[in-house]
Design a binder for this molecule. Structure first.
Ligand SMILES: [Fe+2]
Ligand SMILES: [Fe+2]
Length: 299
């Protein structure tokens, strides 16, 4: 890890799997009244629009200050993709008349490197659950397939982003002097712990009925689908995580913590304690997510 070969491999993987398209070329499907209602009722839009704008700025800033030209190019490409996510959301909300609250322009990160690590670790947590939710969304036909298709490349881009960040962190660690590595590891653990704590806090707050916030994203959104068995949902997340990341160079590191935690949790969730197993084969559209619960939007 961190060798010239490893660095080239994860950079090459990232650039070769970049999918060029322009948000303005997206053909937005017509939605009937029920589809419009379902879409606008998702309690994610304020948070999603704000988060994408913040993430784009963080990643683009790092791309400008990264001294290694190859890495700078790949990080700038990721910043471009995050900016594209923000633009797609802007177009979507305009297309379907979804009102988004105004928000302050994001501020450039004070420490681009560690804010990128923090954001990347947050993406590792969010994406794991988002992959499962997205699969449910497609199977259940809760939204029309053409609309789901618009978001498929974005979901896959998140898989590329989390793959990039874990390999980049390994690269950074390998470049640190050996005396500095304990400090690097401590900071990395602190950053990861802060993200886990923030996600857990949001999950507890929303789970405890103090919703209304659009924060928390994917960890809490599993229960937006009332019929979902926790076991089936975790199994689906694991399968989708594996499927999406299997497309890339097998020599590269994968995010491990959240999948390992999910596998560990599954040891304590008996089959009988789960719901009706609809995650494995949804029989029909799930009910609309309650307004005080978050749903998936990885950054
Ligand atoms: Fe991302
Ligand atoms: Fe994004």
């Amino acid at each position: 890890m961190g060798s010239e070969e490893h660095t080239r491999a994860f950079c090459r993987s990232f650039v070769e799997t970049h999918r060029p398209f322009r948000p303005e070329d997206i053909i937005w499907p017509e939605l009937d009244a029920e589809g419009l209602l379902r879409l606008s009722a998702l309690p994610i839009w304020n948070e999603a629009v704000r988060t994408e704008a913040e993430t784009a700025l963080k990643v683009q800033t790092l791309g400008r200050v990264e001294p290694d030209p190859l890495l700078a190019e790949e990080i700038a490409l990721q910043g471009y993709e995050e900016g594209r996510h923000a633009e797609i959301l802007r177009l979507l909300t305009a297309q379907y008349g979804i009102v988004v609250d105004p928000f302050d322009a994001p501020r450039p990160p004070r420490n681009p490197v560690w804010e990128f690590v923090s954001t990347g670790y947050g993406e590792c947590i969010d994406s794991f659950f988002a992959f499962g939710l997205f699969a449910i969304g497609r199977r259940s036909e809760y939204f029309p397939a053409p609309l789901i298709d618009v978001f498929e490349p974005i979901m896959q881009e998140e898989a590329r982003h989390i793959l990039f960040v874990v390999n980049w962190v390994a690269y950074l660690r390998s470049r640190a002097a050996w005396v500095a590595r304990p400090f690097f590891d401590a900071r990395r653990l602190w950053t990861l712990g802060a993200q886990l704590l923030e996600h857990a806090r949001n999950a507890l707050r929303i789970g405890g009925g103090n919703g209304g916030s659009q924060e928390g994203f994917t960890m809490t959104s599993a229960y937006a689908f009332e019929d979902l068995s926790p076991r089936s949902f975790l199994e689906l997340c694991l399968a989708e995580n594996e499927r999406r990341l299997s497309l890339y160079d097998p020599r590269l590191l994968r995010p491990r913590l959240v999948p390992a935690a999910a596998r560990f949790a599954l040891r304590f969730i008996p089959n009988s304690s789960s719901g009706n197993g609809k995650a494995a084969a949804p029989a029909g559209p799930p009910p609309p997510p309650p307004a005080d619960r978050s749903t998936a939007w990885p950054t």
